[in-house]
Design a protein around this ligand. Structure first.
Ligand SMILES: Cc1ncc(COP(=O)(O)O)c(C=O)c1O
Length: 283
């Protein structure tokens, strides 16, 4: 893992190829570890990084370890559902224009609730100012294998993506990968940082599970994901027939101005169930 040459290197190369990346790094301590390594290697102390406020706690820990200076961007807030969604192009544009010395634009794509931002445009804006784009793609590994889903971060032109292969691609819990594309990434620094954070005895079980999951999604992913999308569509229809329960759809998010949604997810709202239960008791 610290300088792979044999089968691990071969498996990492196959992972990169499957996701259309130039390089892949296997991780045995989750996307958490990948986010720490990527931010620590991309930012030195006091260098600016543009980040949305709803980041995972690993990003905040990466700020502590790297000393990078956060420029916070407010994500879109859905007051009805009580959740934070994607970031608007205007918010990113403003942050970039006000901080032309920032080194990195960090994006969560998709969010925990499956909402995606206009990543291609964000990449375009950031690269014009020579800023790197790092994407927390913890929940988006499936995007690369179906045209019915939003673009994967690497497909959208991001420099780095960190993917929880264990969450949506089927490897063992804790196994993730860093994907990189292009020449903005300092691979020596990234590998050196990973070596600080890695065990010198990474679990072979976790590494092998990454290779097996990659093989399965590469050969069978398209069929399985399209079947899953059909199943989630039917499930949403059925859920919406239950009084007081509501399955949120892509149209809902788009009507709120969000760029897109991961249709493999089912988000269920129970808020009006309370009223139904009350009605039942009162009767
Ligand atoms: C948005 C997001 N980023 C990063 C992580 C960390 O991923 P991992 O559990 O693979 O360390 C999570 C975990 O749930 C997450 O939801």
């Amino acid at each position: 893992m610290s300088n792979p040459k044999g089968v691990i290197k071969e498996a990492q190369n196959l992972m990169a190829e499957a996701f259309g990346a130039d390089k892949a790094y296997f991780l045995t301590n989750g996307t958490t570890q990948g986010i720490l390594a990527v931010i620590m290697s991309a930012c030195r102390a006091n260098e600016k990084i543009i980040i949305p406020r709803n980041v995972h706690k690993s990003v905040i820990n990466a700020l502590i370890l790297s000393g990078a200076k956060p420029i916070f961007v407010k994500p879109n807030i859905d007051k009805t559902l009580g959740i934070a969604n994607g970031v608007s192009i205007n918010a990113i544009k403003k942050a970039i224009n006000e901080n032309p010395d920032a080194k990195v634009v960090f994006v969560i794509n998709p969010t925990y609730f499956g909402v995606v931002s206009d990543l291609k445009e964000i990449v375009n804006l950031a690269h014009k100012k020579d800023m790197k784009v790092i994407v927390d793609e913890a929940h988006g590994g499936q995007f690369y294998f179906s045209k019915k889903l939003p673009f994967g971060a690497i497909e959208a032109g991001a420099d780095v993506s960190i993917v929880s292969i264990h969450k949506t691609v089927g490897s063992l819990t804790q196994s993730s990968a860093i994907l990189t594309k292009g020449d903005r990434v300092d691979h020596n620094r990234l590998q050196a940082t990973l070596n600080i954070l890695n065990s010198t005895s990474p679990s072979s079980l976790l590494l092998a599970s990454l290779d097996v999951a990659r093989k399965d999604i590469y050969f069978n992913g398209n069929k399985k994901i399209n079947r899953l999308i059909n199943m989630t569509e039917k499930a949403r229809e059925k859920i919406n027939q239950i009084p007081g329960v509501e399955a949120i759809t892509e149209d809902y998010f788009k009507s709120k101005g969000e760029f897109g949604y991961d249709n493999t997810r089912i988000i269920v709202r129970f808020q009006s169930l309370e009223l139904q239960v009350l009605k039942f008791i009162m009767n």
